[in-house]
Design a protein around this ligand. Structure first.
Ligand SMILES: [Zn+2]
Length: 170
C-alpha cells in the first residue's frame, strides 16, 4: 500500500515538474520573440491619417522621415506636425496637379523603365511588360488597395506610352 502511494506521489511530482519545464520553456520562447521585434513596429508608433484630398487612409510609423507624407492614391503631398503626445497633424497640403507627374518625355521613359535612347521596339516591349504587371488578372485577388494602385499605375503607363506616340518616338 505504501509503495503504491509512493509511486503515485512520484508520478504526480514528475508530471508537475514536466509541466513546469514545458511552461518555462514556452515563457522563455515568448520572451525571446518579444525581444526580437524592433521597437518601431509596435502599434504605439503606428498612425493613420485620412487624405484631405481623396479620403484614402494613409498608414505610417513614427518617426516620419522629414515629417512628409504622400497619398498613394491621389499623390497629394503633406507636411506633418507631431505634438508632444505624438499625435499627428497635417499642416500643409500640396494637391496633385491634373496631369500629375508626366510633364516631359523623360518622365515617360522613366515610367516605362527605359533609357532615353530606347528604340521603338524596346518601348513597345517595355509597355507590354509593364501593362501586364498591373493587369486586373494579376492583381484582382490582392485586395482593393493594391487594385487601386495598379489602376493608377496602368493609367500612368498608358499616358506615358500615348505621349511617346504623339512625339513619334514609337
Ligand atoms: Zn489622396
Amino acid at each position: 500500500m505504501m509503495t503504491h502511494i509512493g509511486l503515485l506521489a512520484s508520478i504526480a511530482l514528475n508530471v508537475i515538474l514536466l509541466g513546469f519545464v514545458v511552461f518555462s520553456a514556452r515563457k522563455n520562447r515568448l520572451k525571446k520573440q518579444r525581444q526580437k521585434k524592433p521597437a518601431f513596429k509596435t502599434p504605439a508608433n503606428l498612425r493613420t491619417i485620412s487624405c484631405p484630398s481623396c479620403a484614402q487612409h494613409i498608414k505610417f510609423t513614427l518617426p516620419i522621415d522629414g515629417n512628409k507624407a504622400r497619398c498613394r492614391k491621389c499623390y497629394a503631398q503633406f507636411k506633418l506636425d507631431i505634438d508632444e503626445h505624438r499625435n499627428v497633424y497635417i499642416t500643409e497640403i500640396k494637391l496633385p496637379e491634373d496631369e500629375q507627374s508626366i510633364k516631359s518625355l523623360a518622365d515617360c521613359y522613366l515610367i516605362l523603365g527605359l533609357n532615353a535612347d530606347a528604340i521603338p521596339m524596346d518601348i513597345k516591349a517595355a509597355y507590354k511588360k509593364k501593362i501586364s504587371e498591373y493587369h486586373p488578372d494579376r492583381v484582382g485577388v490582392l485586395g482593393i488597395k493594391i487594385q487601386q494602385i495598379a489602376e493608377e499605375e496602368t493609367r500612368q503607363i498608358n499616358a506615358a506610352y500615348a505621349m511617346l506616340q504623339e512625339h513619334g518616338m514609337v
